[in-house]
Design a protein around this ligand. Structure first.
Ligand SMILES: NC(=O)c1ccc[n+]([C@@H]2O[C@H](COP(=O)([O-])OP(=O)(O)OC[C@H]3O[C@@H](n4cnc5c(N)ncnc54)[C@H](OP(=O)(O)O)[C@@H]3O)[C@@H](O)[C@H]2O)c1
Length: 294
């Protein structure tokens, strides 16, 4: 039981809004909110921008590719919504600081933030010995960029005593799949940051959700042959989960496979090592991962 909220505030936040709102046909809690979505130039971020704007929020779209952001702004506007494009490389600290300053000046507080921009790398350790930059660049975009953005937007959220942050992470944080050390470690860092930060901001009504997604059919997985025949969500299905995270503000949204893996990784870690080592031999590194020079 939360001791920092009055019983009335607790019931309103955790029971009435998420449970009764949809049943009674109340407007989405996103209506009238300002929501900043990173990685909005394609894939899950683009689908999320459309879904969130359709619920009446103003969406602020961040990514590097300006033409694609402009295209998404047009799609949102054609559907009757409101969107603004803010091109920014999240690995550039000064650019992120400037982004924060600009959006706060132009929109006041950002009510909700979706840290969706990201980069995945699937490469075995044996092909990574001279590739420290893989570990640095996944941390740069998947961890340091989002943390910098959170730090910049947090004071205004806390001051208005409302805010929510959704981190689009991966079921890999629970599964710990071989060949994904760089990617999953960076996503796990963000997942853990949010769990701890959320404890500090909870009394200010600022909350976090870690959305631990399974495979989604986007550009990100198209380079990996092993995923061609794997079941995968559409970007729209993933966006529906982001909307749920924004509306209901749960701590995590996970898959059954992710949850089961987490339990087994705790209960029988060596057995899980053996299973993962054996299973992963069936899906070797792609030729690009074995020989890439970028
Ligand atoms: N697809 C999956 O199976 C899957 C599964 C679990 C989690 N996820 C996560 O879902 C998120 C979205 O990925 P996606 O599948 O939709 O792939 P995607 O279509 O490749 O989208 C990645 C987005 O991140 C942006 N981005 C990358 N580097 C950036 C940077 N330095 N600064 C600003 N923006 C940057 C890209 O935009 P620009 O290139 O224009 O900058 C793009 O909009 C990622 O965080 C990913 O890790 C994906």
């Amino acid at each position: 039981m939360n001791l920092l909220l009055t019983p009335r505030a607790f019931v309103r936040r955790h029971l009435l809004a998420p449970v009764l709102g949809p049943v009674l046909g109340l407007p989405s809690p996103l209506a009238g909110r300002t929501v900043l979505i990173t990685g909005a130039s394609s894939g899950i971020g683009e689908a999320t921008a459309l879904a969130v704007a359709a619920r009446g929020a103003t969406v602020l779209l961040v990514a590097r590719r300006r033409p694609d952001l402009d295209r998404v702004v047009r799609e949102v506007e054609e559907a009757g919504g409101t969107a603004y494009a803010y091109p920014c490389d999240l690995t550039d600290g000064q650019a992120v600081d400037a982004l924060v300053e600009t959006v706060l000046a132009e929109h006041g507080t950002v009510d909700m933030l979706v840290n969706n921009a990201g980069r995945s790398i699937r490469r075995s350790l044996e092909y990574s010995y001279d590739r420290m930059h893989d570990f640095e660049r996944t941390m740069a975009v998947n961890y340091f960029g989002p943390v910098r953005l959170i730090l910049g937007l947090m004071p205004a959220m806390r001051a208005q005593r409302f805010g929510h942050v959704v981190n689009v992470v991966t079921w890999g944080v629970q599964i710990k799949a071989p060949r994904f050390a760089a990617y999953i470690a960076s996503k796990t860092a963000l997942d853990t940051f949010a769990r701890i930060a959320g404890r500090e901001t909870y009394a200010d009504n600022v909350t976090f959700t870690n959305l631990r997604l399974s495979l989604v059919r986007t550009d990100m997985i198209s380079a990996t042959d092993a995923y061609e025949r794997s079941p995968a969500k559409t970007p729209e299905q993933a966006a529906a989960l982001v909307v749920r995270a924004l509306e209901d503000r749960p701590l995590t949204i996970s898959t059954a496979v992710g949850n089961l893996s987490e339990v087994l990784n705790l209960a029988a870690p060596r057995l899980m090592d053996a299973i993962a080592a054996t299973a992963s031999r069936r899906f070797p590194d792609s030729p690009a991962a074995r020989g890439a020079s970028d």
